[in-house]
Design a binder for this molecule. Sequence first.
Ligand SMILES: [Fe+2]
Length: 518
Amino acid sequence: MTDLVGLARTDELKISEGSPLGEFQALHHEHDYTLSPEFGAIPAGLRGTLYRNGAGRWESGGSPVGHLFDGDGMVCMFVFDGQTVRFRNRYVRTRNYVAGNRSHGPAGRGFGTMRGDGGIRANAFRRPVADFANTGVFLHAGKLLALFEIAKPHSLDPDTLCTNGIYDYAGRLRGLGAFSAHPKVDRRTGELFNFGFTMWPRPGYNVYRVDPAGKLRTLTRLPVFPPLLNHDFALTDRFLVFVIDPIVISPTGILPVLAGLKPMHDAIRFQAPLGTEIVLVPRDGGPIRRIRTDALLHFHVANAYDDGSDTVIEIVRYTDDFDSVWAAFRGAFKQLRLNPVFGGPLTRLRITKTGRVVREDLNDRRLEFPQIDSRFCGRRHRYSYATGIAEVTRLVLHRRPSDACGVTGAHSAASTVGAVVNPAGITTFDHRTGSQSTYAVPGYGSVCEPTFVPRTPDAPEGDGWLITVEYLRAENRSRLVVLDAKSPERGPCYIGGFRHPLPIGLHGMFTPRVASPH
Ligand SMILES: [Fe+2]
């Protein structure tokens, strides 16, 4: 419901369509300090390191970049040592980051960004999308990798976050060397699974398995034609599960991109008649199953599991049309939209033995960044966690701060303020009971992906905490928030304050290893 009480508390806040979003402020400095305790206490037993990645500056060579995906990757580290939370951020020293510090205009091309002055000479036959290393970060077999789905990973020092260099698993990554940003680990075997987009010799995905010692081998090659973009996948005991929406790299649209006339964004089309293809790749060899269903739009997967002869996968299903979503990623992505197009309901897809796909929406909220207790990756999970996207569906004319309540429809010397119909938040879904519990970010704030941390290594599923970072719009600052994972509606059990707004970022992971940021 409309949070008019919350708005009354944030009278200085003036937001309207097109207002700049503070969670997209650039953070140029690299920090290393202890968060200021603001509320509660760090829970006993919460020890380890949270790593997160995401764009930290949406500019290069002194010029803004033109797409949500085009910022240089900044990895953040939150070290829980039992007493304090130490924060450190470091930019990944990609070629693009380094070149952008001395170039005039963007150093590399991006999804919505042209290089240099934007002219054909600066862009023709250049790599269509530079390596931004900005999407995920993952620690496996002692390697901390910054991930970007159309480039090789960058290896980072897990204690200092210094960039060691490009990492290609001893030359075993194929083609472009792409290694996607959402690897999955089977906690029982210690194996990591991932895929990488390739165009050579034919479009498709290389499917990889990395053993616990860090040795990579190619499981199979999954041809996909026409070339389709895919961001995430899931793992079960038997399969790697791909839900491949018809997001096509247009063969005709790519020509002006290669010629340096347009950015990659313009070559991407949604071809609904192709439908969505669900692909089951056996983990241990055997024939690949491919099942077509009606066209879906999604980016992220919560989990998948085998259920008898069925396979079940849970995604966040976007409810807006692709063109609206894709357009929102470009240009004005740092500005407020009163009607956001990001996210959608948690949706369960059941693939039967006969190839039927049964779809069930599990809620009616606009969610993104689905997560689970990662110890249950590939097994039937009881709890899902997700970020709720703030929805502002109408404007309220709000009186000046001296007036306590604000009156809808008042026109005298009023500020235009958005009415938060659904505030941003973190939601826990209990699939067994069907219940939900939500922590709502104060005012018209926003919040990033939650990361689940178990109370102990062998605690029951869901017994632990959710760690996230929220941005308080009225105060223009960020806070680390720790929630009880089973009841986030009870509010934070610990809040730690940053000295600056923190860019909202994308994905992260927690390890019980306590980093030593010397
Ligand atoms: Fe992602």
